[in-house]
Design a binder for this molecule. Structure first.
Ligand code: ADP
Ligand code: X2W
Length: 298
């Protein structure tokens, strides 16, 4: 077989394999969490945007929730402001909150919107303030670090959790063929802005939109076990064991918890996938093998 023939054969094979998935996912909503750690280079960002546009063109409704933790961190550093995480959450004082809004609602959000639109999609950027999309309340964390008592409450400042989501604005956008791109900023009853971990927003968004899938793109091959091997599938019981054994830590904690909550609340499946692989979204959706870790409800 010549090289050209081999290439044509591979393309035909991939298209053929993708057909049943394209049919199965017609008109279904997929919530994609695009983590700040997966937005590492230009080529990957272009690849992500192309995947999202392709999904829309074949009749699937992607809804993007993005992070931007590293991007917030680098602006804070340039401003000479220290930052600290507790249980995967950034402690957010008033000044940090301004930076969070600037980076997430401005720079990162508009960059993603721009990439998607450059590739022929119609993306619209929103924060939780737009259309009253995300109502938040202050997140209360209880101590779990060895030096803290379990009853001790940790004050994270302007860090929130999702109280409710009003999806009307998203339904309107999706119906008109727009692709919503959402920054994880919520608004409290008093009008105060809250910094919400993007995984938590993505999980709730998937629940409220009754999504077929929740895809969490990050910077690891998926969930790794104590030996650093990829876990292909996991359920709630094994997750708890890995948390107790401190194999799951840091940013993976909110990610895995929100994935479990989502599948327990009716989202068909949740996947943690490696956003550093070019076209990770397409590979996960449209091939038999998939990539990363599948989170099962039981
Ligand atoms: N068991 C685990 N498997 C994989 N990653 C883990 C695990 N425990 C902790 N992590 C950490 O979680 C990180 C992913 O979370 P995070 O940094 O918040 O990424 P994102 O910006 O994509 O949300 C990984 O880079 C890794 O350092
Ligand atoms: C409360 C909290 O930690 N908020 C996150 C919001 C961004 C985010 O979640 O970004 P990634 O998905 O890239 O980690 C933060 O300030 O970093």
């Amino acid at each position: 077989m010549t090289l050209a023939n081999e290439r044509a054969h591979t393309i035909a094979h991939v298209l053929n394999e993708s057909l049943p998935y394209i049919r199965r996912f017609q008109d279904k909503t997929m919530v994609i969490k695009y983590g700040g750690n997966a937005m590492v280079d230009e080529r990957l960002k272009q690849g992500f945007a192309r995947d999202v546009v392709l999904m829309k063109l074949v009749g699937i409704n992607p809804v993007i929730v993005h992070g931007g933790g590293p991007q917030i961190g680098s602006l804070l550093k340039r401003l000479g402001k220290a930052t600290k995480f507790v249980q995967g959450m950034r402690v957010t004082d008033a000044e940090t909150m301004d930076v969070v809004e600037m980076v997430l609602g401005g720079l990162v959000n508009k960059e993603i919107v721009n990439f998607i639109n450059q590739h022929g999609g119609h993306a619209v950027g929103l924060t939780g303030k737009d259309g009253d999309l995300i109502r938040a309340r202050k997140l209360v964390l209880h101590g779990s670090a060895p030096e803290l008592k379990a009853s001790e409450i940790i004050d994270l400042g302007h860090v929130g959790e999702v109280e409710s989501i009003a999806p009307h604005v998203l339904h309107m956008l999706v119906k008109s063929d727009f692709i919503p791109v959402i920054a994880p900023i919520g608004v409290g009853e008093d009008g105060r802005a809250y910094n919400i971990n993007a995984d938590l927003v993505a999980g709730k968004m998937a629940e409220v939109l009754e999504a077929e899938k929740l895809l969490l793109l990050t910077n690891t091959p998926g969930l790794l076990d104590s030996e650093g091997h990829l876990v292909n599938e996991i359920d709630a019981a094994r997750v708890q064991t890995l948390i107790d054994e401190e194999v799951i830590t840091g940013g993976m904690l909110p990610k895995i918890r929100c994935a479990l909550d989502a599948v327990h609340s009716g989202v068909r499946s949740a996947h943690i996938i490696d956003g550093r692989i070019e076209h990770a979204v397409m590979l996960d959706l449209f091939t038999d093998e998939g990539v990363g870790t599948l989170i099962r409800s039981r």
